[in-house]
Design a protein around this ligand. Structure first.
Ligand code: SF4
Length: 341
């Protein structure tokens, strides 16, 4: 059955009319869904009982509930939702991770079940691709966690490449930011991508959300070893495109750089990275690599990461070493695999 969450007021009005209900039912539905956050049609008491019964024959609200919640020693929480699960167990569901930090609760949401991008260092990439999530399934993760921990920020950094599912991600962002929706500021939302060029352009033109780019290596041949996307959309082209947009005001761009011992953590890499980003108002986040099975590289040492950060800082690039969160519950970057075990 189709979900109501994710639809615009116009679409809600049209579906109400199609069912023979008054057109203003569309406005009532939008208020119940996005302002009052109803989880069932029964709650929508200003819609007639007959109207609610008719709606229930064709639609669900689209609420999600986690089937499993794991809490890390550091307070990070990981939620498993039985969305996109496959019968053979290759895909056990999708995951969202809530990271509390002082007065902020950030939710890392998934946009796809699995991923087709195949980055070699990523557990999600190893799962293969099992389908795009709908806007309702994306918003369902947010609404369900927001009820437990009121959220301050959203990052599209969970399972999947959000720009490979841009129509549904854009719809979810529209609902989050529209005055008739959750009315969030776009500054509360960050989309993370490995660089799907045509969709990136649309994202930059059509939204005001922050951008994070998974860069990981400034040298094309080396990046290609781990990220096959480099062949279609080289990171140099991605950076050139980003430089055409204004990030000197409220909107921010950051570059994620996971550090692998001996692969991308040398002074040669730091110098090339600084050259690549020269002239762009941005931040580089250095991320500790969390070891995964059957992978040739280990984690860069603390000393190497600090030296790398200092080299970038000296070259005029703002750079921080990201605190690692949720490693004990496999919730850290690159560890999401959607498996109950
Ligand atoms: Fe997909 Fe992102 Fe993992 Fe690459 S790093 S395989 S784009 S989820």
């Amino acid at each position: 059955m189709d979900a109501l969450i994710g639809k615009t007021p116009e679409e809600l009005k049209a579906l109400a009319k199609d069912l023979g209900l008054p057109a203003f039912t569309g406005g009532q539905l939008a208020r119940w869904l996005y302002v009052r956050r109803a989880v069932s049609l029964d709650e929508m008491t200003d819609i007639s009982k007959a109207g609610r019964e008719l709606l229930a024959q064709h639609y669900t609200v689209g609420t999600l509930r986690p089937s499993l919640t794991l809490t890390s020693r550091d307070g990070t929480e990981k939620y498993l939702f039985d969305v996109g699960a496959t019968e053979d167990g290759a895909m056990g569901g999708i995951e969202a991770v809530m990271i509390p930090d002082q007065d902020r609760n950030t939710l890392c949401v998934s946009s796809q079940a699995g991923c087709k991008m195949g980055c070699k260092f990523c557990m999600t990439g190893r799962q293969g691709f099992h389908g795009n999530l709908t806007a309702a399934e994306i918003l369902g993760q947010i609404l369900s966690v927001d009820r437990i921990h009121p959220l301050s920020n959203i990052v599209f950094m969970g399972m999947g490449e959000p720009l490979d599912n841009w129509p549904e991600v854009r719809r979810a962002i529209d609902v989050l930011t529209a005055p008739w929706g959750f009315a969030w500021s776009p500054k509360r939302i960050t989309l993370s991508t490995i660089g799907v060029m045509p969709r990136l352009r649309e994202f930059l033109d059509e939204s005001r959300c922050h951008l994070a780019v998974s860069l990981h290596n400034p040298f094309p041949q080396e990046r290609l070893e781990m990220m096959k996307v480099e062949k279609a959309w080289p990171v140099t082209e991605i950076v050139r495109l980003i430089k055409q947009y204004d990030f000197t005001g409220q909107r921010r761009v950051s570059f994620e750089y996971t550090m692998f011992a001996g692969w991308n953590d040398t002074p040669r890499h730091a110098a090339a990275l600084a050259r690549l980003l020269r002239g762009l108002e941005c931040r580089v986040n250095l991320i500790r690599f969390h070891r995964i099975p059957d992978f040739p590289y280990g984690t860069s040492s603390e000393k190497t990461m600090t030296a790398f950060r200092d080299m970038l800082t000296d070259a005029g690039v703002t750079c921080t070493i990201r605190a690692s969160r949720g490693e004990d519950i496999l919730a850290a970057c690159g560890m999401l695999a959607g498996q109950k075990q």
